[in-house]
Ligand binder design. Structure first.
Ligand code: CU
Length: 320
């Protein structure tokens, strides 16, 4: 972890010098439909008969409010292409991976009395993990090159950082390669709602509460809820090779592993999050295939051990 945050210091120094400022450009949210648009009822019937009104004349106020905001983050070889600010509320975040490595985009909200200056100061002071004034909101993880994954989360207004802590094959975390950004979540009057979900997983210290019989073939949206009293958790899904177990997959990452490709691939996941929001993960399962679920979050209560070593790991086979 020390090495990781040392790299973060270098990275942030780089960002600060390149940008000159951490203030994001103001971006007007697409959802600000002007109230001045003329409603349909203002069209006098005596002038234009209703049947003659062309379909294209539908005023903006007749459009249904979006159920969720949308935010795309594209990872390229150079870093992220993403908006500097988004409106508050339920947001469908899609991470599009056009880079060469496995990618993650994890959202952390700063407390209201903190700023990006405090982030820089904490890093320079050698923090070894997110301080108590950074609240993890989750995000998207486990996205392989050429793939994309969508996770919906409820963003409260405030200052965030979005980071990719996943180390590449060279051991260097993504955020040291440009996968790091400040994000402002603006106050918004738009009413948003969580997406519909047909599966659910509950995260507790330190287990997954899940009914695998409901995990059928096809596309699903999984409502992932953190009910853990103490720690942030995540849900990462791995598709296993025929005959392999999730323990075989995890063993391939151990320091004493013989090397070679692990017997499976990441297919989707959330970032780590506290009880502040649920994360809704979009995923597709194949009939007959076996999958593993894992929480990689380091345990603050157990010396940084990843949660899968404490019981947050599982495996299921989808019925033919
Ligand atoms: Cu966990």
């Amino acid at each position: 972890m020390k090495k990781l945050y040392f790299i973060m210091i270098l990275l942030i120094a780089l960002i600060a010098s390149a940008c000159g400022s951490t203030e994001p450009e103001a971006v007007a949210p697409a959802t600000d439909i002007p109230e001045t648009a003329v409603p349909a009822t203002d069209v006098p019937e005596t002038v234009v008969p209703a049947t003659d009104i062309p379909e294209t004349a539908v005023p903006a106020t007749d459009e249904p409010e979006p159920a969720l905001h949308e935010m795309n983050i594209t990872a390229t070889a150079e870093g992220w292409d993403a908006p500097a600010s988004v409106p508050a509320g339920w947001t469908k975040v899609t991470l599009i991976n056009e880079s060469e490595g496995l990618r993650q985009a994890a959202f952390l909200r700063l407390d209201d009395d903190k700023s990006m200056d405090d982030v820089f100061a904490a890093i320079e002071a050698g923090m070894e993990g997110p301080p108590a004034w950074m609240t993890p909101y989750g995000g998207v993880s486990g996205v392989l090159p050429g793939e994309n994954t969508t996770v919906s989360l409820n963003l409260a207004a405030g200052q965030y950082i979005v980071i990719d802590p996943v180390p590449g094959a060279d051991g260097v975390p993504g955020m040291a390669k440009g996968y790091f950004m400040p994000l402002v979540v603006e106050e918004s009057n738009v009413t948003t709602a969580a997406p519909a979900a047909d599966l659910s997983v509950e995260l507790v210290d330190y287990a997954f509460k899940v009914d695998f019989d409901t995990f059928t073939a096809g596309k699903h949206t999984i409502k992932v809820t953190n009910s853990g009293a103490q720690e942030a958790h995540e849900l990462v899904i791995v598709k296993l090779d025929d005959g392999a177990t999730i323990q075989d997959f995890l063993s391939a990452f151990a320091p004493d592993a013989p090397g070679g490709a692990p017997p499976g691939v990441f297919i989707a996941g959330t970032g780590a999050f506290d009880e502040v929001t649920d994360n809704y993960l979009e995923v597709e399962f194949e009939a007959g295939a076996t999958y593993g679920i894992v929480c990689f979050t380091p345990s603050t209560e157990n010396g940084g051990q990843p949660h899968f070593t404490l019981g947050m790991v599982g495996q299921f086979t989808v019925q033919e």
